[in-house]
Every structure is written in structure tokens, then in C-alpha cells.
Design a protein around this ligand. Sequence first.
Ligand SMILES: [Zn+2]
Length: 149
Amino acid sequence: MKFVADAMLGRLAKWLRILGYDTAYFPQVEDRDLVRMARSEGRLLLTRDRELTRRRGLRSLLVESDRLDEQVGQLLRDLDLTVDWSVSRCAGCNTLLRSIDKEEVRSLVPPYVLREHQQFSLCPRCDKVYWKGTHWQRMRQRIERIQGG
Ligand SMILES: [Zn+2]
């Protein structure tokens, strides 16, 4: 399942990417461009705008809450999403990551990160390096809490 998120849903879009889902998001975008992208790329439109969900010829979901936890909970529940914990996609730009040798990240991450982690991924588009650090662990705990009800 692929998504396009409206301008109100930036944090949700980042989380979806980290969970492995192809999610288009632009902080400033016209409604007609969101609708066009949803239609032409077969993306499910995620929106806080009830009016947009009434447009013909596109799949959409009205996101009910302003709170991230509730948004994630709604998607997991309503769309029956499975979660990919492998960290496969860049949270910033939606590009698929590639795994990178530890030696190659030596100059890119702090020494303590290099000591404590063995697996790293790189975004080939924006050069951001990913590893399953404390930020990722907290996010995973938070999602497992949401999944638990
Ligand atoms: Zn990126």
C-alpha cells in the first residue's frame, strides 16, 4: 500500500516511511496536486480534510485525530497495516535505503554509535545514515504500545 499525506500530516508521513511504507508528503501542496498524485500513482490519500475524501475516483482515508499516537492507531486498525521493522526507507525523503558497511560510516556517525551498532543504512538521495538506536527503539516501543490497545 502506498500513501500520499496532506500537509497537516507530516509527522505521520515520517512514521509511515520508517515503518516501510512508500509515503509521498510535501509541506506545501495544493489539494488538486494531492488528488492528482493519489489517482495517478494509486496512492491512498491520508487527509484531515473531510471534503477531500468526497472527491471521486480516488481512495482516501479521513484521519480522525490530531494526535500522532491516535493517527498511527487508526491506520493500524482501519487498514490492518503490518509493520516492517527493518528500516528500509528514508524518513526525510521516502527513498529506499541501502545497507552500508560499518567502515564506510566511520566518519559519518559518533564514535559511541559505531561501538554499539553493527548494521547501518544510507539514503542514497540525502546521505542520511540510519541505525537502530535509542530513537528507533523508543518509536518501536511506542508503536507496540499502540498495537497493544
Ligand atoms: Zn533521504
